[in-house]
Design a protein around this ligand. Structure first.
Ligand SMILES: [Zn+2]
Length: 280
């Protein structure tokens, strides 16, 4: 069990409501798991890796859909559980994956992020497992972006039907979260100090489910840098619109290579912050 969990935490308050990716999730029915059979945002069917079941017992998560869907605490919740991806993020590669929140997130925390193998798979306490130490970086459904028990930045967070994107650049060592493909800012820039990093999700909520809907990578290269620079300028966008057909399908499969970044966010360690409303 992580030390210091007994310390009283200031509840995190975020005034901006999270949004769903598509209209399929507009129903007021909050029955779990509540999957309206929505495949929006999953059209490319590219998922390069899967979630991996925790090794130890008790196992507080189950996997379905060939390892893409993770359901936490299938019967009831006795604490916090974390599930890792079955890949190690390699140096000099760019990664982007998306996770769709399939159920209504509630309780202490449901988180998406990146971490080392030091994150415990189970904790008999209700805690925010990712971003709880130097070993992990996490985005909470409340909108808190955390590392080492501190809220470093915030964003609207996520709800049932939100697509959460994680962009990791293992050449520069940076991490940026996306919500419904909108960039939330490069919050972390020190990822290269870790030897091994994995994608991770965690939850304290019974019957909470997240589906890995897209996962891809690309080795850092002049092509990646050029594509990003082109995407960031108006004349460059025109160039990208007139690419040869072969390149068009490559760029569509790896659409994230030209997704805009919100840029660097200066770290501002805070325990509690009420954010200003922001329109999308
Ligand atoms: Zn949909």
């Amino acid at each position: 069990m992580a030390e210091g969990e007994a310390k009283e935490k200031t509840p995190y308050i975020n005034e901006t409501l999270p949004e769903r990716y598509c209209e399929c999730w507009e129903s007021e029915d909050e029955d779990e798991p509540g999957d309206p059979d929505c495949g929006c945002g999953e059209e490319r069917e590219i998922v390069d890796w899967r979630w991996k079941l925790p090794r130890k017992s008790p196992r507080w998560a189950d996997l379905f859909e060939d390892g893409k869907l993770v359901v936490f605490h299938p019967l009831f919740s006795s604490g916090s559980a974390t599930v890792r991806g079955n890949i190690v993020l390699k140096r000099n590669y760019n990664y982007y994956w998306e996770v769709k929140m399939m159920t209504h997130p509630y309780g202490t925390d449901v988180m998406v992020g990146v971490g080392t193998r030091n994150i415990p798979e189970t904790v008999r306490d209700y805690t925010s497992c990712i971003g709880n130490s130097h070993d992990s970086y996490g985005l909470s459904y409340t909108g808190a972006i955390c590392q080492n028990k501190e809220v470093v930045d915030d964003c609207p967070g996520f709800c049932k039907g939100t697509i959460i994107g994680v962009m990791v650049d293992m050449f520069r060592g940076t991490l940026e979260f996306y919500l419904n493909r909108e960039p939330q800012g490069v919050t972390f820039t020190d990822l290269l100090r870790h030897k091994t990093l994995y994608p991770v999700v965690s939850s304290t909520a019974a019957l909470s489910a997240l589906r890995l809907t897209y996962a891809s990578s690309w080795e850092s290269s002049l092509m990646v840098n050029s594509a990003r620079m082109l995407a960031a300028s108006e004349s460059g966008l025109k160039f990208l619109e007139n690419m040869p057909p072969g390149l068009v399908s490559t760029m569509d499969e790896h659409f994230w290579l030209v997704m805009l970044s919100a840029g660097r966010v200066e770290p501002r360690p805070i325990r509690k912050r009420v954010r200003e409303c922001r329109r999308f």
